[in-house]
Ligand binder design. Structure first.
Ligand SMILES: [Mg+2]
Length: 171
């Protein structure tokens, strides 16, 4: 099995996507119509669902491309996994997101993501033939192999997708 350890914030979400929501919503209330309450209400209703912040559609399309090109399965390493595996699976279905979530990494005492992924790789080394770690924050991933760092301002870009596919399809 090929596995993608997937972070969400800064990877499937992007700062630019959130900024564009903010700018477009604020632009409806220019000048005398300025209404801070309405703006924050719209921000909440238009950028979130019951699971949390909506993902950037462009980044989701790159994820679909990665998964179609590799057949990789998803293991959630994002802090969103605190909600539990079943909620993650439910969200994937509800939002019609690409691919299949098969697991989440364990939450370790140290809270170091590299340790959590390392433990997972050790435990499942017989079933995982190839893996990639996708994250915008790599500070605690220094010991982890096959990390692709994403710019949180944009989320996944085309060149990230190509790099990820190359790693996952390596013989
Ligand atoms: Mg992140």
């Amino acid at each position: 099995m090929k596995v993608i350890f997937l972070d969400f914030d800064g990877v499937l979400n992007s700062v630019d996507n959130m900024n564009s929501y903010g700018a477009s919503i604020r632009s409806r209330y220019l000048g005398d119509d300025y209404d801070a309450m309405a703006i924050s209400k719209n921000l909440l209703s238009e950028t979130r669902d019951k699971y949390g912040q909506l993902f950037d559609d462009r980044c989701v399309r790159w994820l679909e491309y990665i998964i179609s090109s590799t057949g990789a399965k998803i293991v959630v390493s994002s802090t969103w996994r605190m909600a539990g595996l079943s909620v993650m699976k439910e969200m994937w279905k509800f939002r019609k997101l690409p691919g299949e979530i098969v697991d989440v990494t364990q939450i370790s005492q140290s809270g170091i993501r590299g340790d959590e992924i390392g433990d997972y790789l050790d435990f499942y080394h017989e079933t995982i033939e190839q893996h990639v770690v996708i994250d915008d924050d790599v500070d605690d991933l220094f010991d982890t192999p096959n990390v692709v760092q994403i710019n949180c301002y944009t989320g996944i870009m085309s060149y990230d997708a190509d790099k990820i596919i190359k790693i996952l399809n390596k013989e």
